[in-house]
Design a protein around this ligand. Structure first.
Ligand SMILES: C[S@@+](CC[C@H](N)C(=O)[O-])C[C@H]1O[C@@H](n2cnc3c(N)ncnc32)[C@H](O)[C@@H]1O
Length: 404
C-alpha cells in the first residue's frame, strides 16, 4: 500500500487506515475528516463499548448477524467479529470507493473472508436490499458523520425481532439547542437550553428513534445511552407489537424549565404535553418547554451490571479503565430519571460559593437519596432528590461554612 496508508492495531484487529500524520491542522491537532477514508483513533473508546455490548448482550447465542452500513475502514465491525463469539455474518458497507477497497483489504487481512462481506452502496439502499433478500440482522451499528436519523428507518426495517440498533450522533449542537432550528427540522423536537442541556439532547435523540420505530409498530427501548467526547451513543432493543409500542410512546414527554431558578418538571404526554405549566411554581418566571423527548430510563441496570462483570473477559479493549468508569457511573445514574443539576449554575443563582459536586452527592446520599457526579458533566450531580432538597442541602452547607 502507498505511504498514504499505515497498518494499525486496535483491539484484536490489524487494519489499514489513512496515515493521519498527513492531516494535521496548523495548531498541530489531527483532523481525521480530512483523510480520504475516515478513521478516528479517539473513537476507539466508542468501539470498545460496542464490542463489550455485543459480547454481553448476545452471550451464548450463535449465528449473530451484524451490519455496519457506514463502515469507514471497517475496524468497528471487524473488532466485533474478532473479539466476541457467535458472529456468523458481518456486513461492512461504505458508499465511498476508497473506503470500500480498504474494507475489502481489512476483511482479508483479518482472515474474515468467509464471514464478512464488503459492499459499496448508499447505506439506506443497501439495508432495504438486504431486507428484501430476506436477510435481517441481530445488531446494526449506525456510526455516521453527524446525525444517524437519516438511516434509522432502513435500519429498523432490517433488524430481526429483538435485535439491537446502536447509533452514534455527533451533531450535538442542534440537540443541545445551540442550533435549535436544526433540531426541530432533524428530530422534530424543540431543544431545551438548560443546565442539563446535554441530557436533554440525549433524551431528544432517544425520543426521535422511539418515534421512528413507532411508525412501524416497533417498540424501541434504550438499554444503554450516554454522552462522551462531544457525541451521543444509544443502544436500543427493538420489539414488535402495537401494545409494546404504545408503552414505549407513553415514556415520551416534555420538560418544563425555569432559567431563573433552575426549576424543572417532567411533563407527560405525547404527541401533546398534558397540562404543561406556564409559570415557575417556585419563582413565578415563565417556563420554557422542550421536547418531545424520552423521559424514561436511559439504561438498563441489569445490562450495565452484566457489562461490568464481563469486562475482565475482554482482553483486547483499548480503554478498559475508561469503559469501567463510564459503566460504574451509568449504573448509579440508570434508575434516576430526573435530569442532572449543575451545581455551579445552582450556586450562581443562589449567590453562594460552590461546594464540590462530589460533596453535594455525598450529602444527598447521606440524606437517603441516590446521587452521583454525572458522566454528562463533572460540574453536575444526578440525583433522585427534588431540586428543593439539593438547594436546601447546598444552602445548609454554605451557612455551616460561614459559621465556622
Ligand atoms: C464516521 S465514518 C464511519 C466510522 C466507522 N464506523 C468507525 O467506527 O471507524 C462515516 C462513514 O460513512 C460513509 N458514508 C457517508 N454517507 C454514506 C451513505 N449515505 N451510505 C454509506 N456510507 C456513507 C463515509 O464515507 C464514512 O466512511
Amino acid at each position: 500500500m502507498s505511504s498514504d496508508y499505515v497498518l494499525l492495531t486496535e483491539g484484536r484487529a490489524r487494519f489499514w487506515a489513512p496515515n493521519l500524520e498527513k492531516y494535521r491542522r496548523p495548531d498541530g491537532a489531527i483532523e481525521p475528516s480530512w483523510a480520504p477514508v475516515f478513521y478516528n483513533p479517539r473513537m476507539a473508546f466508542n468501539r470498545d463499548v460496542a464490542v463489550l455490548f455485543v459480547h454481553t448482550f448476545f452471550k451464548g447465542l450463535s449465528g449473530v448477524r451484524v451490519a455496519e452500513p457506514l463502515a469507514g475502514t471497517g475496524v468497528r465491525g471487524i473488532r466485533i467479529a474478532l473479539e466476541t463469539s457467535g458472529v456468523s455474518e458481518l456486513v461492512l458497507n461504505d458508499a465511498d470507493p476508497e473506503a470500500y477497497s480498504l474494507v475489502e483489504r481489512n476483511i482479508a487481512l483479518n482472515g474474515l473472508a468467509g464471514l464478512a462481506e464488503a459492499y459499496r452502496a448508499d447505506a439506506n439502499a443497501l439495508l432495504y436490499r438486504l431486507k428484501d433478500e430476506g436477510r435481517a440482522y441481530h445488531y446494526i451499528d449506525l456510526d455516521p458523520f453527524g446525525s444517524p436519523i437519516y438511516y434509522v428507518d432502513a435500519a429498523l426495517r432490517a433488524l430481526r425481532k429483538g435485535g439491537v440498533l446502536a447509533v452514534t450522533a455527533t451533531d450535538t449542537a442542534p440537540l443541545v439547542g445551540t442550533h435549535g432550528a436544526a433540531c426541530v427540522r432533524r428530530y422534530g423536537a424543540r431543544p431545551l437550553r438548560s443546565d442539563f442541556a446535554k441530557e436533554a439532547g440525549l433524551r431528544i435523540l432517544v425520543g426521535a428513534v422511539v418515534r421512528r420505530a413507532a411508525m412501524r409498530e416497533l417498540a424501541a427501548t434504550p438499554v444503554l445511552a450516554y454522552y462522551a467526547d462531544h457525541y451521543y451513543r444509544a443502544y436500543f432493543v427493538v420489539l414488535r407489537g402495537a401494545r409494546r409500542t404504545d408503552e414505549a410512546l407513553s415514556l415520551l414527554g416534555y420538560y418544563a424549565y425555569c432559567d431563573t431558578c433552575l426549576y424543572r418538571e417532567a411533563v407527560e404526554g405525547y404527541p401533546a404535553p398534558q397540562q404543561a405549566p406556564e409559570r415557575c411554581p417556585n419563582c413565578g418566571s415563565p417556563l420554557a418547554l422542550g421536547g418531545p423527548m424520552w423521559i424514561g430510563r436511559l439504561c438498563d441496570e441489569d445490562l450495565v451490571s452484566r457489562m461490568l462483570a464481563s469486562i475482565e473477559e475482554m482482553e483486547h479493549l483499548e480503554a478498559k479503565a475508561r469503559v469501567r468508569t463510564l459503566l460504574e457511573k451509568l449504573r448509579v445514574e440508570c434508575s434516576v430519571t430526573r435530569p442532572y443539576v449543575r451545581i455551579d449554575e445552582l450556586c450562581g443563582r443562589m449567590r453562594i460559593n460552590m461546594p464540590s459536586p462530589r460533596l453535594v452527592a455525598a450529602l444527598l446520599e447521606a440524606a437517603g437519596y441516590r446521587a452521583a457526579v454525572t458522566h454528562f458533566d463533572p460540574r453536575a450531580v444526578k440525583t433522585d432528590a427534588p431540586l428543593e432538597e439539593v438547594r436546601s442541602l447546598v444552602e445548609k452547607h454554605a451557612r455551616g461554612r460561614e459559621a465556622s
